[in-house]
Each structure stands twice: as C-alpha cells, then as structure tokens.
Design a protein around this ligand. Structure first.
Ligand code: HC0
Ligand code: SF4
Length: 573
C-alpha cells in the first residue's frame, strides 16, 4: 500500500494502481475518453490529465502509477482548461450531426461535452471530409466521426488478433483505416463487431437493415416471422434503462408481436436441433475415425477467421449450419410444408447479438429451399430502435410467449448464448445417447466462466471426451496454434468469436467505458442466461418435443440424408 493525496483527501491505495483507479476508489471522478480498461490504456487523448505537485507537466491519470507521497489535483484551473482545450480541438474536427447519429444520447463525446460544460467552440476551422465505408455487409465506418481514440484498433489487434484496422498518416491527416485505404469488405475482417462495441462515438456502426424489415411487415403478400437468439433476451433491457443482466424474454416477445410479426419463434429451438446434428457428428467421428477435434461452427465471425487464417482446420469444423440458419431452413421447408405456406412468401428475420450474422445470412450456400434461409438479420440494437420507433413502452409490456408450433425450446438451447454453452448443451445430450440412459441434469461447471480458454476431460458412458472452449479470436488463435504444434489434443472444441460468447456480441447494447471498464458485461449477462436455463422445465435438447416431432415426421434420424440437405453446409477455402 502507498499513501497519496487526491484533492486534499488522504488515501491509502494498492501500490500497483493508476491514479485513475485510485481516484475512482475514492469516488473522485476523472473524465476519460480513449481509456477502456484492459483494452486501451494508452493515455493518448489527454482528457484524464491531472496536476501532480512537483511534476513539470500535467499527467494522464489512466497510465500514471501511484507512488508514496504523491499529491494530486484533479480539478485545478490548469487541469480544467487543458481538458476543455483538448475536447474543443477534438470537437472542431468532428462531424457534429448528433441528432441523426446512431449514437445520439449514447455517445461518450457528447456526454463529456455536457459534463465539461462546453458551450462554445473556440477553434472551429478546417475539418476533414472523408468518404463513408459502407461496403461491408455488417459494418459501416464513418471516418468523419472518428476521434482517433484507437479503441477499435486495440480490440481488433490485441483481443481479436485480426489487425485489419490501424492508424495511418500523421497530425491533422491522421486516420484509422484499413491497409491501402481499402474497405472493410475487402480485407479479412471477421465482421465480429467488437470494434463497434468499444467505439465511444458513431464512427463505427452496423449496417442498418431495419428499413427492409419495416417494408416486409407492410407487405400483405408476405408471411413475416422472427426468431430471437439466446443472448438478446438478457441484454435488450439495457436499451430501455434496465440494469445489466435483466432477463426480459417475455417483454421482448410481446414487443415483437406488437411490431406485427406473424410468428415469434425462439432460435433456441434450432439450437436444440443443432445439438442433435452436432452430437451425432461428434459420435460418428469418434467411433469411425473421423477428423478430430470436431470444432463448433455456429459463430460466423469465427468461421470467417478460420477460412482466412486457419484453412487447415476447415475439415475439423462441424458441417452444421448455425442454429438461426437451421431455423430459417426449417421454416422454408418443414414449416412451409406443414402450414401450406409458399416458402417464397416466408420472410425470416433473425434478431441476433451479432454483426457477423448479417454477413452469414447472405452466404449463397445457406439456402436450403433455393433462396436465402434467413432474409434479414437485425442486431439487438436495431430491434430496440424499431421498438422505440413504433412507440412501444417496452418496460410496461406484459410477458408474451413464443409461438407454437415451433416455440418450444430448452435450457440447453438458451445456454448457447454464453461461452461454453454449446459444449455443455452437447454433453448433456451426448452423455445420454452414448449410455442409452437418462440422468439427472448435470451442470458442467468446468466449461462455464469467462476465462479465455477452458479445458476439461469428461467421462461419458465409459468414453472420455477431451474438450476445450475458446472465446474471443485471440484465444481461438492460441488454442489452434497449440493443437497445430501437437501440444494439445482434443475431441471436441467450441469456439466463439466474441470474448464471453454471444452475450458480448458486436450487436449488443453499447455501454460506455465508465460502465464497461468496471463491470464485467460478459459475466453479468451470462448469469442471466444460466438463470433462464434453470427456470425451464426441459433442459436437454433431445427432450425437446418439437425437435423429436421434426425427426419423426420429416428428417428421420439425426445425420440423415434429408437432415444433411437442409441443416448442413460447407466452407470456403
Ligand atoms: Fe449466438 Fe447462436 S448462440 S451464435 O452465440 O450457436 O449470435 O445468442 O443465436 O445461430 O442459438 C449469436 C447468441 C445465436 C446461432 C444460437 C449458436
Ligand atoms: Fe476487427 Fe472485428 Fe472490427 Fe472487423 S469487425 S475491424 S475483425 S474488430
């Protein structure tokens, strides 16, 4: 411990803290802009400067370590003026179209301008005018709104190890861009959207597809159905001011019915179907000497990363489509047949916590009935925008129920939304298939939690399954490298592109650094996922009656020829 003074307050603090952390602990707020804990701690923007007695210049509190006897001033005239000048200079070259910005009222620059009482701009001058990059199916970049904080660069390079964006040029011409000024559509971007989640302003956002959904809903010729991913229900409440980790499944379903969708379905149902197919694939490969480990294929950011960086593992990937794509395929085949609706008139909307799913939905191979399995993917944020636009008071909605006949899902389907969930759901089912017995539910604690890589050897029915789970592409890279080097051997591997899995997907509600730096969004949202699992009566995929009915009436066995035609896919080398 060391003794320091902040604004005259004597404090004893841990010796490895920064001034920012020490001040926060004492409830003294120092403004920040580029800072994002564990992701971007570079002291670049100078918004967090403080005065230190005896030091020649102001220092950035986010990187300056505490030391015995430090006397720190966070609100001296020098400090206040320096912060204002810095902020006004940023604002002088910022495209200030706040009213029409996707981040209006959820913008760290806007909040800071209010908090620092900026009511005039002293340095208005020349400003840069750069073209929008809107060629990617998932991500839109607006360099005119970029404040060069470098959070996106850090997350892309250090967390995801993709490194497709970086800082270029110098001084007034500085810009964050792709190599040779290419579009994100023309570089190996995985579309994971983690750069959007960390952007403090509106320089990065998802492609807005809400217009296509409004149009479909207004078309009397179309049967417009919607499905929601497991992670959306534990996060969308944040868009309506509810605490992080609120479970709002029923309100979300009601809101979707109010928007006019003919049917509101649960992607979890298809997650159960995925487990049947993937579990069968795993057992076949273990028993018949197939390619191991089987690696899960439900995260499209991970698939794209694998296609670009680890093509040697493409044969390891499960050939299963991701659950929402399976659902789209089932809706345009089995459900169309069952209801007598022309599949060409079925319009499938997926609400996903993910930006890469927009890219996935347009992959030509994902079209079981001859046209796209899923027509439009909206992120959790886009759905919240539609709900607001429709004037629906989300928080006062009664709880609704997913629609029959495809509305039944299990706890196994729900936990897909957290890292380790696909693995756990698969083990719940594979254990019973192998042994031919029904067990009390086992919760596989070893594959839960937010550590980057988790490993477990699980004994099921006399068979040992060596399992590993990686979340975040940087961790996926580490795991694959260790498999490649022969240092580790597994039978079954789950990989999710986003750190923490889908709960922390690039399409989820954005929390500012002041929240995100000190609250673990991944853990809080995952807790809600596991609470939802506990609340459901059926918690094993193979016990889902709708899934059983689909096999009986349509697919035959898991892994059948028909199942392969509708539910499986291939990858691009
Ligand atoms: Fe996920 Fe999914 S669990 S990828 O993490 O597998 O996006 O939430 O919808 O498809 O079910 C995301 C979340 C899904 C899919 C499911 C899987
Ligand atoms: Fe990097 Fe993911 Fe953003 Fe693409 S979407 S630039 S891979 S962080």
């Amino acid at each position: 411990m060391v003794n320091i003074t902040i604004d005259g307050k004597k404090l004893q603090v841990e010796k490895d803290m920064t001034i920012l952390e020490a001040a926060r602990q004492a409830n003294i707020k120092i403004p920040t802009l580029c800072f994002l804990k564990d992701i971007n701690e570079i002291g670049a923007c100078r918004m967090c400067v403080v005065e230190i007695k005896g030091a020649r210049a102001l220092q950035a509190a986010c990187v300056y370590p505490v030391a015995e006897g430090l006397e720190i001033y966070t609100q001296s005239p020098n400090v206040r003026e320096a912060r204002k000048v810095t902020l006004e200079l940023i604002l002088s070259n910022h495209d200030k179209k706040c009213l029409t910005c996707v981040r209006n009222r959820n913008c760290e620059l806007q909040t800071l301008s209010e908090e620092l009482n900026i009511n005039e701009l002293r340095f208005e001058g020349e400003s840069t005018d750069m073209p929008l990059d809107n060629f990617s199916p998932s991500i839109v970049r607006d360099p005119n709104k970029c404040i060069l904080c470098r959070r996106c660069v850090s997350v892309c390079r250090n967390v995801q190890t993709v490194s497709v964006i970086s800082a270029a040029e110098r001084g007034f011409k500085s810009v964050i861009s792709c190599a040779f000024d290419k579009s994100l559509a023309d570089v190996p971007c995985t579309m994971c959207g983690q750069c959007i989640s960390v952007c403090p302003v509106g320089a990065l956002k998802e492609r807005d597809d809400t217009g296509r959904v409004w149009e479909a809903l207004a078309d009397p010729e179309l049967h417009v159905v919607v499905q929601t991913a497991p992670a959306v229900r534990v996060a969308i409440g944040e868009e309506f001011g509810l605490p992080i980790g609120s479970r709002v499944t029923g309100k979300m379903v009601s809101a979707l019915s109010r928007l006019g969708f003919a049917k509101v379905f649960d992607t979890d149902t298809a997650a159960d179907l995925t487990i049947m197919e993937e579990g069968t694939e795993l057992l076949n490969r273990i028993r018949n000497g197939g390619k191991l480990p089987v690696i899960t294929s439900c995260s499209p950011g991970w698939i794209k990363f694998c296609e670009h960086n680890y093509p040697e593992f493409l044969d390891n990937l499960s050939s299963c489509k991701s659950p929402h794509e399976m659902f789209g395929a089932v809706l345009k085949t089995y459900y169309a047949e069952k209801t007598g609706i022309d599949p060409a008139k079925i319009f499938v909307v997926s609400i996903m916590p993910c930006t890469a799913k927009k890219f996935e939905a347009q992959r030509p191979e994902l079209s079981a009935a001859g046209f796209a399995d899923v027509d439009v993917v909206l992120t959790t944020r886009e759905l919240a925008k539609m709900i607001k636009e429709a004037g629906i008071d989300f928080n006062s909605l009664e709880d609704g129920q997913f629609d029959d006949p495809m509305g039944e899902a299990t706890g196994a389907g729900v936990i897909f939304g957290a890292t380790g969930g696909v693995m756990e759901a698969a083990l719940r089912t594979v254990a019973e298939i192998v042994s031919g017995k029904s067990f009390d539910l086992v919760e596989y604690a070893a594959v839960r939690g937010i550590e980057g890589i988790k490993e477990a050897t699980i004994e099921i029915g006399g068979m040992k399954v060596r399992a590993a789970v990686a979340n975040g592409l940087g961790n996926a890279r580490k795991l694959l490298d260790s498999i490649k080097a022969g240092e580790a051997q597994y039978d079954f591997v789950e990989i999710m592109a986003c750190p923490g899995g889908c709960v922390n997907g690039g399409g989820q509600p954005i929390q500012p650094s002041s929240v995100r730096s000190w609250t673990d969004l991944r853990a809080e949202r995952a807790k809600a996922i596991y609470r939802e699992d506990e609340s459901l009566t059926i918690r094993k995929s193979h016990e889902n009656p709708i899934v059983q009915e689909m096999y009986e009436k349509y697919f035959g066995e898991p892994g059948s020829h028909k199942a392969h035609k509708v539910l499986h896919t291939h990858y691009v080398r």
